[in-house]
Write a protein of this length. Structure first.
Lengths: 508, 336
């Protein structure tokens, strides 16, 4: 692809290398910091480890139990408004789990909103069971979407063959279909595991001592080196999950006919009955609770500057992330070494926000000109969400037919003109989409924002957190609803990508 | 005039084009044909400057490109029509055709000539395959290249369209008076469209000549087989006549062979009549609509193929009488 060939390195390599090294800085910092820690591992640690692993295990289990049947239904069953169902069922993924944890916590239990409104006594939602419920409600779409994608790539004639050989639909799905999507299910389950490990808000609100919650407690108690030690321990588990994920590679099947099942009226009602609670708890309940609070308390205490601060920091992060993503994406396409550099930048995505926060707090303490600045917060966002921008830019650039640039050159355009008139206009969509993804993720980010935001710099997410800590739940209505709106926008963006892929598969 | 001397191209340590020599006349259409992987597309990319060359040189009018000093593609004034059309998806048909033109008169000319007037403001995605290929051709010709490279321009189109569009492209090239190298894997396309045909095998040019000569006097058995149905009948070459078990036939020695030869038989060089004591036995027969193709084993054990009118009918296992009916000389290869 290099226009003047030769054995030189592609021009993007040095830049991509610098960015890749930058992505590794947090881990290096943590290692240095943790070496000061007195305690390597104590009895409390064991409890934290057990809690973290149990939460991960039960959440994965719950997500598979909910996600796989939903994948089968959304992939194969012909129901009215299919697309709408898919969007609604995928929506919890876009909502930050701390919103769910907060509203579920406030709605259930003695004196909770449900009891106040309906007079029904409700069990409280907290601890391991509560955290598992919330995490499952907001992460099952990972399993649903990966499994559904594998299902759609299967050749349905095999199911039809099984049925002509005398198997019922159910048995043939179980014996002929599910074994072939095992890797899809596993991929989704590992994503759920990663998401659960790095989530801060839910265990904190549910009062479950997992790594993320304990790291934050240590940080607030000025035990930075202890926080770093815990962060490293968490990173080891994350690393193991990432390693497992890299080994999950399904064999690609030749795509074939698409399977469609036509349910009877009774079967449709059964499906609705089984899955209505999922949507009620994950989407309807938070909206109702915020609505009730809004009516009861109005907009008291909310300052528009919180929304502006969120948008401002997130916009800067999105801009920087896309600018950095361009050389990384270029390098990734240019050659093997570049692909490795791209892999390194993906590292930040696996680093939980609380861990990234711990590392950068220390960086801030060492480099006073960064301490308590917006720049440090933006850096944290960029390091965490750069892969979103890289992935988006790279996939549009890869989709670019290489003969287009060749054609432009042969018509007499210089490499620069070909870039400006062909490559740039055709990849700008990917850049905008990547920037939007980073923007929306940064808007909703909680732990790193709590740790790195300059004094007095309140965002939607941190304000929501302060309201929770202070117990003024009613004031969460406006920031909560705004965050849900952001999530809806993010979902629309992700789905527009998925829909494009779907159109490609059906060739329309 | 395009002149290619001793051109070689390597991919890593494999040489994919070996020692190619070519010269192209003023408005000549040269067809390069060969099986998949013979290096034909590589040659086009090397001529366009899209991949580096290892040895030799390419020369066209004012520029000369060598392995040491490569001329970038935009400085070559070469047009290329791509297999996948390579139309810019974000530009309309008109914007595609006028891509680097200040004066759009020529673009209008080609849009009109190729019947694209009504699609001027359409985006490429809304066009059919044939229309896309016409736009690609119009874009190339409107930029007035010194010569045109066509990389299997019809391979993504359906059969009925191929037949008419190949003539449309040839006529447009001739009308523009621009020489062209056209790569294809379809030997029928190569023979019917080309002023000359070059047959490639394993990166080497096996033969470069008029379609008639390539077909009737192939330089090798590979060329003979590649350009059409070929069977070989053993015989004795005596001066310009070959004595075979099916009778005498005029022969042309390839590479100066004498004595024991294999004579190249095309299916239409023979006649076939069902006959209880004929000189061959039918192995199989394929019905082709207007005609039937027979495979017949003769006394010596050689199998020849014969095409007859669909009215001639014989079953596998039947005896038939074969005779050589050709009047033009047949190519005689050294006995293998």
């Amino acid at each position: 692809m290099n226009p003047r060939y030769g054995l030189r390195w592609p021009a993007s390599y040095p830049l991509a290398l610098v960015i890749a090294v930058l992505a590794l800085v947090p881990v290096g910092v943590l290692m240095g910091l943790a070496s000061d820690s007195a305690e390597l591992f104590d009895a409390h640690n064991l409890k934290v480890l057990t809690n973290t692993l149990l939460l991960m295990f039960f959440t994965v289990l719950g997500s598979v139990v909910i996600g796989v049947p939903l994948a089968l239904i959304t992939a194969y069953v012909q129901v009215p408004w299919r697309k709408l169902w898919l969007i609604v069922l995928a929506a919890p993924l876009a909502i930050p789990s701390y919103i769910g944890a907060f509203t579920l916590y406030a709605a259930f239990g003695r004196g909770g909103e449900i009891q106040q409104l309906l007079g029904l006594p409700m069990p409280s939602v907290k601890g391991l069971a509560g955290a598992t419920l919330v995490m499952t409600l907001y992460s099952y779409p990972f399993v649903m979407l990966t499994t559904r994608a594998s299902l759609l790539s299967l050749d349905a004639s095999l199911v039809n063959a099984a049925r002509t050989l005398g198997m019922t639909v159910g048995v043939s799905l179980w014996r002929v279909v599910l074994p072939r999507v095992a890797t899809g299910i596993a991929a989704g389950a590992l994503l759920v595991a990663l998401y659960t490990l790095s989530d801060f808000g839910t265990p904190a609100i549910m009062r479950l001592d997992t790594f993320t919650r304990v790291i934050f407690v240590e940080y607030n108690a000025f035990g930075l080196s202890q926080a770093a030690m815990l962060s490293l321990q968490l990173l080891v588990i994350v690393g193991l999950v990432l390693f497992l994920e890299s080994r999950v590679r399904g064999s690609k099947e030749r795509p074939g006919r698409h399977l469609t099942l036509w349910p009877s009226r009774g079967q449709k009602w059964l499906m609705v009955l089984v899955f209505a609670p999922v949507i009620l708890l994950s989407i309807v309940l938070p909206l109702v609770v915020f609505g009730v609070w809004l009516m009861r308390e109005g907009t008291g205490g909310f300052d528009f500057s919180y929304a502006w601060n969120s948008a401002h920091a997130s916009f800067l992060a999105a801009l920087v992330a896309v600018i950095l993503a361009i050389p990384v994406a270029h390098a990734a396409i240019a050659g093997r070494a570049g692909r490795f550099m791209e892999r390194l930048t993906y590292f930040g995505f696996g680093v939980p926000g609380i861990v990234m926060g711990t590392a950068l707090v220390y960086v801030g303490l060492q480099l006073p000109f960064l301490y308590q600045t917006l720049g440090l917060l933006v850096l944290a966002y960029v390091l965490r969400f750069l892969p979103l921008a890289v992935g988006s830019v790279r996939s549009t650039a890869e989709g670019l037919d290489p003969s287009l640039v060749k054609a432009a050159r042969l018509l007499g355009a210089s490499p620069r003109e070909a870039f400006q008139r062909i490559t740039l206009p055709l990849t700008i969509r990917g850049m905008v989409a990547g920037a939007a993804l980073v923007f929306l993720e940064a808007m909703r980010e909680l732990p790193a924002t709590l740790m790195l935001g300059p004094t007095g710099f309140e965002t939607l997410a941190t304000y929501l957190w302060r309201v929770y800590e202070a117990g003024y739940f009613g004031r969460a209505a406006i920031p909560g609803l705004l965050l849900v709106l952001m999530s809806a926008l993010g979902l629309a963006l992700m789905l527009s990508g998925e829909r494009r892929a779907e159109f490609d598969v059906t060739g329309k | 005039m395009l002149k290619v001397s001793n051109l070689s191209v390597d991919y890593g340590s494999t040489r994919v084009v070996k020692n190619l020599n070519l010269a192209l006349g003023d408005d000549e259409v040269l067809m390069l044909v060969g099986p998949t992987g013979c290096g034909k597309t590589t040659i086009l990319q090397a001529l366009a400057g899209l991949i580096p060359i290892s040895e030799g040189e390419i020369q066209l009018g004012p520029w000369r490109s060598t392995p040491k000093k490569s001329v970038p593609p935009e400085k070559r004034n070469v047009g290329m029509v791509f297999q996948d059309f390579a139309l810019f998806p974000h530009l309309t048909v008109e914007q595609n055709v006028c891509f680097r033109l200040n004066d759009t008169a020529l673009a209008d000319h080609w849009l009109k000539l190729l019947g694209l007037e009504n699609f001027r403001h359409a985006k490429p995605a809304s066009l059919s395959g044939g229309q896309k290929q016409r736009v690609a051709l119009a874009r190339t010709l409107a930029h007035e290249p010194a010569f045109v490279l066509l990389d299997e321009p019809l391979s993504n189109l359906d059969a009925a369209l191929k037949d008419s569009l190949r003539w449309e492209i040839r006529e447009a090239l001739k009308a523009a008076g621009i020489p062209a190298i056209w790569v294809t894997h379809d030997q029928e396309e190569a023979l019917s469209i080309g002023d000359r045909v070059g047959i490639l095998n394993g990166g080497e040019l096996e033969q470069l000549d008029t379609p008639e000569t390539c077909f009737s006097e192939p330089a090798s058995r590979f060329v003979a087989r590649f350009l059409g149905e070929a069977s070989f009948l053993p015989g004795q070459l005596l001066q310009s006549q070959v004595d075979t078990e099916l009778g005498m036939a005029p022969g042309i020695p390839i590479d100066g062979v004498t004595g024991e030869v294999d004579l190249l038989m095309r299916p239409d060089d023979l006649s076939l009549v069902p006959s209880a004591n004929g000189n061959g036995v039918v192995d199989w027969v394929r019905y082709e609509g207007c005609s039937r193709l027979y495979a017949v084993t003769v006394g010596s054990g050689a199998q020849v193929r014969v095409r007859t009118s669909h009215e001639v009918h014989a079953e596998p296992g039947n005896r038939v009488q074969l005779a050589i009916i050709t009047t033009h000389p047949l190519a005689a290869f050294a006995r293998s």
